[in-house]
Design a protein around this ligand. Sequence first.
Ligand code: FAD
Length: 368
Amino acid sequence: MSYDYLVVGAGLFGSTFAYEAAKRGKRVKVIDKRKHIAGNIYTEKVDGINVHKYGAHIFHTNDKKIWDYVNQFVEFNRYTNSPVANYKGEIYNLPFNMNTFNKLWGVVTPAEAKQKIEQQKAAVNVENPKNLEEQAISLIGTDIYEKLIKGYTEKQWGRKATDLPNFIIKRLPVRFTYDNNYFNDKYQGIPVGGYTQIVEKMLDNELIDVELEKDFFENKNEYLKSFPKIVYTGMIDQFFNYQFGTLEYRSLSFENIKLNEENYQGNAVVNYTDAETPYTRIIEHKHFEFGTQPTTIITKEYPKKWFEGDEPYYPMNDKKNNEMFSKYHQLAKESPNVIFGGRLGLYKYYDMHQVIGAALTVVNQEFQ
Ligand code: FAD
């Protein structure tokens, strides 16, 4: 069969493109090196619980068009992300809001909370923050920094807050209301029955063929010759044989544990904000969908240094890597038959709503 497109990667970017291309009568072949579709939004049903295999995923957007777009594939529940922080056994609400301030200092009104924060900022009086620690203290004061930011951030980046650049924290979400909703977006939720089915539905078209456990690099030259156009969502540096060097990522490892109890932590997401606990978060998957199963599955999330061959999670968008990416991006622009997209193709952290938006922009350019 002759195809119009090869899509490398059955994640959200590749699948959105494939769906839209097939809707326009194009024949599409989708390959993925993994055993399953859906890329990092893949959820797997275990004991009736949809387990987020590549980290907790909460859909949120302010864009009604994107919200309507995903809702054509699946129904979303009313889940509201309200993580809690566990600092050495003390529990605080996130994002920082009146519940957090009340627990920390006993303050009751927004005016009292603001006064407390201002007092703490004035006591340290940092004028030109030189690193992340000084930046955070200058924004929020010492108590919140010490209990809720320092340990978590150091674990996440594997470096001391005093060795991290100040620009990592541009602003901190602070809310002077008793509102534990983490996101400010108008729409949020979790697909009833998990995320995988969104991609299943996108790829369910007779014009789309999917081949799993197929690595593009096993047959790169053959693919380039036989497909008129390729949508590539793998690592951009690998596509160009790492000729300018290897782009770096921060990685994660996940420890999944099944427990014979109904409710382990009472919330989907608990952040461990002290420096000693080796993981940053525990996810209890059933709470994303208000599960009532007799058992539960939790995942401990450990940040780690990325080595070539590890799963690349978060691009390290520092100066060195961004400059290297620009060189690859230039080569990409000079490859008219290959469209680079998604988080690995463009070396950029995208939330799900953003990756769908980016794919739809490419679709509009391609089929205008
Ligand atoms: P991917 O999902 O990574 O898909 C790329 C696919 O390409 C993969 O399946 C891969 O196997 C395949 N591939 C790569 N190279 C090759 C090759 N050589 N040959 C064949 N196949 C190849 N977003 C939110 O909106 N809310 C959240 O709460 C949220 N939480 C997140 C938590 C974590 C820990 C992480 C890492 C991300 C989170 N995201 C979240 C972001 C979300 O995962 C991404 O927006 C989305 O997965 C990006 O889709 P993609 O298609 O670009 O990439």
